[in-house]
Design a protein around this ligand. Sequence first.
Ligand code: HEM
Length: 449
Amino acid sequence: MGSQQSGRPGRRIPGRSRATWALSYGVGATAFRAGARRGDLVARLESDRALQLAPYDVYDELRATPVHRGGVVWASTDHAAVTRVLRSDDFIVGAGGAELPGPLRGLTGRLLDPWAAGPVDPPSMLATNAPDHTRYRRLVTRAFTARAVSGLEDRIRETAERLLDGLDDGSSRSGSADIVERYAALLPVAVIADMLGVPDEMHGRLLEWGNIASVTLDPSLSWRDFRRAEDAMRSLHLWFADHVRALQADPGDDLISRLAVLQGEEQLTDLELRATGLLVLGAGFETTVNLIGNAVATLEAHPEQRAALRDDPSLWAGAVDEVLRHDSPVQMTLRVAQRDTEVLGVEVPARTAVVAYLGGANRDPAVFDDPHAFDLRRPNAGAHLAFSSGAHFCLGASLARREAEVGLRLLYERFPDLAVAGHPVRRDTRVLRGYERLPVALGERVRAG
Ligand code: HEM
């Protein structure tokens, strides 16, 4: 195991927490609110709940130029420009406040509590650049290749069947259930936990901590929500450190056991191992839940396409890609120019932060005909950027696709008449787009086997 990291586990240092919040979220939140009052489009998108729920008209407006020069941050919803930002070496992920003014730059990194580091804090892969990023990524890629994932298919199917049996056991009174809570959230956490050697009894707590911590992805966050998220991250770190110790004593055939015994140049420090493991774990269940939920809601609104899926299950793969395009579970990411550069004719000075709206690029009419329509037979649905592009392209893309395809197909085979009933509630997050609650009537069951 690598060197011990500084910082006392489990204890908040109040001044440090407050300063971390102020630099990472407080400054941004204030700037967005002020910008929104001036009518700045990106600031409005980031601070107005109504636009958060229905951002697509503003995305269209922003597309008037390949890169929109916002008052707080720049942004793009243009497919070609977003692709270039994500793939170009001129842009990096903005770890350590690279976009902040001079004296503040680098301070966030120094303030960071290593026992509460979240998915957008270094050394998470999402917040590191080459060469460290390349090193971490190389260690975990193998577990998530298309080939490795096709080997998991039986396991995904068994897990989905078991969860559907649970839905079917009469505990869902009068045949109704919150399909997010009872299915869409449970399938991904069971699959990724299994891959990481995490025991079944931890699923509930992981979901709870993950839900609280996922707000840290958003650009603005209240002090209160930040503190809750920091506490949840701290619980995750403490639990994960114990998990690693248990696997070192008794290694299994799982990714964390393999990472924990690396030696020599590949060896990870304690913090690197926690950051990598917790990112893979969290990314594994906090995103796919939204894909499955968004698919159920979208198919409810398009009964004729749902009927087509029943008649021809081979359409599921295309349908999943079209949901990813049409209602992207991750709406945006951020990059910072590391030198003066240019994107499709727009000059971008060094240290400019650019929001890459994946959900906006996925509605670009230059790439997708009639982009606001949902069409599961769309020939180029797979050209979406829902999994990002370039060095940080989603590591779990094959796994997410497979979980959604298998999970949705089995859900509708078991409950062909499933229908949304009651009031769906969207999650109150900006980066992640999905449902907090999606009540459904299950209808007549078709027994398995
Ligand atoms: C529908 C489901 C999913 C969506 C929409 C999604 C989306 C994304 C996106 C957009 C990024 C890149 C962010 C950026 O460029 O800044 C990303 C990165 C990542 N995803 Fe996913 N993801 C999903 C499921 C998964 C799953 C199941 C895993 C499980 C392993 C996973 C693991 C990761 C990891 C580890 C990264 C960081 C990669 C890096 O920085 O090199 N994701 N994901």
